[in-house]
Design a protein around this ligand. Sequence first.
Ligand SMILES: *Cc1c(COP(=O)(O)O)cnc(C)c1O
Length: 394
Amino acid sequence: MSTAILPTYARADIAFVAGEGPWLEATDGRRFLDFASGVAVNVAGHAHPHLVAALTEQAQKLWHTSNLFRIPGQERLADRLTAATFADRVFFCNSGAEALEGAIKTARRYFYVSGQPERFRLITFTGAFHGRTLATIAAGGNAAHMEGFGPKMDGFDQVPFGDLKAVEAAIGPATAGILIEPVQGEGGINIPPAGFLKGLRALADRHGLLLLMDEVQTGMGRTGRLFAHEHFGVTPDIMAIAKGIGGGFPLGAFMATEEAAKGMTAGTHGSTFGGNPLGTAVGNAVLDLVLADGFLAEVERKASLFRQAMAEVADDHPQVIAEVRGLGLLTGVRCADGVKNADLVAALREEEMLGVYAGSNVVRLLPPLNIDDADLVEAAKRLGRACARLAGGS
Ligand SMILES: *Cc1c(COP(=O)(O)O)cnc(C)c1O
């Protein structure tokens, strides 16, 4: 593999030429069942006719004008996102890390315009992932991501995920808010303990802090609700989204209540490409699908079917799978002691199925949200065969 690409990724030696629904065709003709979905991005699978039509129609009319002018598709997408959520305001960007950067800036500005510029720090959690920019690696707190990139950006105080007392103890005169993924994705599909998110909301309210949620991976129906925080009876003040919103087109956004957004006045933030006509045409088409009557209920139904099928595989292969966990179609299997998640991902690939490794020795299985029942059953079969391969080889 000789290539001019900067070698920052450990890539599998495989490339794809076409896709349809949950299936991907490789250059050598093999067909893979895609439970990576571009890391929770392709919510409608590959080449969905409604998304293809939205993109090609927009491509023939107008690609890009910049945010110096009004963009009707962007306004429509913002109106629909705010109508469906706690938020009153939306800013569009192109990726998850950018969405987080904007969310962090919004929180800092809020206290600046409130006459408390000294309050700029955010409490974050072990196992978190918020992106790879300088601010978001500091927020994520993963030492391997920060090594060699100069001093860690100031303003982030990390406490153990799920530990409400530690959060309370970390609140000080410089604290502006709390930043959390409602379910940790890269960290290994870590679901917070019961009452934790409600406890964070209560702490934020009691101390006059902002609650920021990173729903880049959990949002857009992945968990069976439009946004994962809806499962927990809690709303944030500021939220970052990306991944699924573009269905594969690079698109992100941060959203906020009117009050939390009050510092973000003209000139405070910007993006050349963010929310351009192409991206927001696709974003609107994704919303057409996800907000359609019954779509999210179907995600929940499919999720329980898949969870059941995976549980049976886990029962058959306790030497490989220690636990099946998840929320909606954000699912993961935690590998048993002595089995490496990367080896299970490789064994799945041998069975022509794709998954994504995560922290905590977990393999994420992230099918498109509109997948057929038959393909979920097929995925469980392939998972079983991959487990048998590993068990046989060890
Ligand atoms: C993927 C991800 C990000 C970063 O998104 P990019 O588009 O890669 O910048 C941030 N937060 C969470 C929770 C993610 O899963």
